[in-house]
Design a binder for this molecule. Structure first.
Ligand SMILES: CCCCCCCCCCCC(=O)SCCNC(=O)CCNC(=O)[C@H](O)C(C)(C)COP(=O)(O)OP(=O)(O)OC[C@H]1O[C@@H](n2cnc3c(N)ncnc32)[C@H](O)[C@@H]1OP(=O)(O)O
Length: 224
């Protein structure tokens, strides 16, 4: 295996029970940190209380740092075929900044997610940052390509902001439009209750290393 992405594609030999145990241990920690991110933005307690809270946080950091990894999470899988991308910036279980919990795949090829963006994702006052919607669309469109059996790296992502995207409850979805050789064209959007806010088209390209390793590398499994 030659590509650095493949170097982080690792069978770590965990049993399903061990994976579930990790999920139940570290998932709630990320949830707590997600709440802390919002609290850092919104708390109005006074300086003494902030100082006290920071002492508790320092104590928590001291515990968590006792045994830690130092690099990226990568893609991990086990013998029963459970793939984990828990560091993923959009839907990683252990990533406190990841805004999406679960991405659903339909038999007709549509991939979708319902999610909420809290004020930590603000761009224009009271609205979602355009980079955050692009982030979500990159993942959803990429997942549609992968789920359709054509995984690839984002070559080009074209985003059209049709109207402001509020914070709060949102829906994202995507599906493959067409495949031309190594290029997969995917279309998708993000909508609020009133309709589409942002549209995107992505060109996902299967790199040479992915094609070369396709036979001994399952490139399209669903990630958890
Ligand atoms: C296990 C993993 C699971 C993968 C699971 C996937 C989940 C994805 C979700 C997250 C997605 C990301 O964030 S991915 C991260 C962001 N993206 C990246 O970092 C990609 C960086 N760029 C690259 O690695 C490379 O440039 C590639 C792979 C995109 C293309 O390189 P290449 O394969 O050498 O391409 P090349 O031979 O020159 O061209 C092949 C064809 O594609 C066209 N082409 C080349 N580049 C582009 C481009 N940027 N945009 C449009 N089209 C392009 C060429 O004209 C040609 O068309 P023709 O002559 O054949 O017509």
């Amino acid at each position: 295996m030659t590509d650095s992405i493949l170097d982080l594609h690792i069978n770590d030999g965990l049993t399903d029970e061990e994976i579930d145990h990790e999920k139940n241990t570290y998932g709630p920690l990320a949830e707590d940190v997600r709440e802390l991110i919002l609290l850092a933005l919104q708390t109005r307690v006074d300086a003494d209380d902030v100082a006290r809270a920071r002492e508790h946080l320092a104590a928590a950091r001291e515990i968590l740092e006792r045994d830690r990894e130092t690099g990226p999470y990568g893609t991990r899988y086990n013998d029963s075929g459970r793939y984990r991308t828990w560091g993923n910036a959009v839907m990683g279980l252990r990533n406190a900044i990841a805004p999406i919990g679960e991405i659903h795949e339909e038999p007709d090829g549509r991939v979708w997610a319902d999610f909420r963006l809290n004020p930590a994702y603000e761009g224009p006052a009271g609205h979602t940052h355009g980079g955050v919607t692009a982030l979500v669309l990159d993942q959803i469109l990429g997942d549609a390509a992968r789920a359709g059996g054509h995984p690839g790296m984002t070559g080009t992502l074209t985003v059209r902001y049709r109207r402001r995207t509020p914070l709060g409850a949102l829906h994202a979805e995507a599906r493959i439009d067409r495949v031309e050789g190594r290029k997969t064209f995917v279309k998708g959007h993000i909508a609020d209750a009133e309709g589409v806010c942002v549209e995107a088209e992505g060109i996902f390209i299967a790199p040479q290393w992915m094609i070369e390793h396709r036979e001994n590398l399952d490139t399209s499994p669903r990630r958890e």
